[in-house]
Design a binder for this molecule. Structure first.
Ligand code: SF4
Length: 345
């Protein structure tokens, strides 16, 4: 299922027993298959796993943009919206995102304003036929009712805030006239224009060179602290997670198999899948020439998920007679370290 519950006040988004399936002619893909976890206020949560583990579909489920023929079949996604009163007091409202029409007015008002997203490839989010300025201005006009002149002013200010050189010229440029790093900055500017409570970043730096990647990560960290938002960082790159995240959720075949604070994930990993993942990447801060060990076998056919523990065909610690037939239940160990594996029962 997922991790242990935490006090409501700390939680921004709560995902419980989420199942998002794709119904294809070839069969049913259980992309997210009973995942539960929370995103706390102000934190960066890393969501990691190999491709096909369900991390991007979980992000799409939160934003209610699961493409056809995908459908949320079961589970709840709750957004704890906080409103401030003039006297400084706060009110927290419980918004059940899974109950809202994906393209209805309430979800449209939340998407892009309260919960924003940046993608790996900015060209999927930016329109090639409109200038960067027009696209950012539209966010201010639609979500904040700004006039064109006000929207232009705010657009230049946000481009400056993300460190864009020559913001006036960039505002009048089309996406193809900018470098990959500048396009990514422009998308981050657009995502942050309404001071979102949550920024979902799906592989935000994968397509960038190492130097630009470091600049973008630094920018996201700085803006998170300024705005006080949470970040859900979806990535297969454990190095990026080690640098950015405070907590980490590890997914395998649509399930949360482990979650813990970032230090516990790297220095005290529990699940055999996470241990194998960590062995397959270079060690941080060492000059070790140790060979990287690829994970045994490959991710199973998504139409044919193995019974019992879905990791059992690849697991070096498999318990014969148990793991092949019985799905492990989650256990919460000390310090809210959650793991879904028979070894810990
Ligand atoms: Fe390995 Fe069994 Fe744990 Fe699955 S439940 S990860 S097969 S030991």
């Amino acid at each position: 299922m997922g991790e242990a519950p935490m006090p409501d006040n700390d939680v921004l988004v709560e995902i419980s027993d989420l199942k998002t399936y794709f119904f294809l002619e070839e069969g049913t893909v259980r992309a997210v298959d009973g995942a539960s976890f929370s995103i706390r206020r102000g934190e960066t949560l890393g969501v990691v796993g190999e491709s096909g583990c369900g991390k991007s579909v979980t992000a799409q489920s939160i934003l209610r943009i699961v493409p056809d023929p995908g459908r949320i079949l079961q589970g709840e996604i709750v957004y704890h919206r906080r409103r401030w009163h003039a006297d400084g007091s706060t009110l927290t409202e419980r918004v059940l995102l899974t109950e809202l029409a994906p393209y209805g007015p309430e979800m449209r008002a939340i998407r892009g304003a309260e919960i924003a997203m940046v993608f790996q490839e900015p060209m999927t989010a930016l329109s090639p036929v409109h200038t960067i300025g027009d696209q950012i201005m539209e966010v201010f006009i639609v979500h904040q009712g700004a006039s064109r002149a006000e929207a232009r002013e705010k657009c230049i200010a946000i481009l400056e805030r993300v460190g864009m050189p020559k913001p006036h010229r960039v505002a009048d440029s089309y996406p193809h006239q900018l470098s990959g790093g500048m396009r990514q900055r422009a998308m981050i500017a657009m995502a942050l224009s309404c001071n979102p409570s949550l920024l979902i970043a799906d592989e935000p730096t994968t397509a960038l060179d190492v130097t630009t990647q470091a600049l973008i990560l630094d920018l996201m960290r700085r803006l998170r602290d300024e705005i006080g938002m949470s970040i859900m960082l979806v990535t297969h790159n454990l190095g990026v997670v080690a640098e950015m995240a405070e907590r980490v959720v590890v997914m395998y075949l649509g399930r949360v198999v482990e979650s813990a604070d970032v230090d516990a994930i790297f220095f005290d990993p529990k699940h055999p899948y996470l241990r194998a993942l960590l062995k397959s990447i270079p060690q941080f801060g060492t000059k070790s020439r140790r060979r990287l060990e690829p994970i045994e076998g490959s991710v199973p056919d998504p139409y044919n998920i193995p019974p019992g523990c879905p990791f059992h065909p690849r697991c070096p610690d498999v318990i014969a007679g148990l793991c092949e037939s019985v799905a492990p239940e989650g256990v919460t160990l000390a310090h809210s370290h959650y793991v879904e594996c028979h070894l810990y029962r």
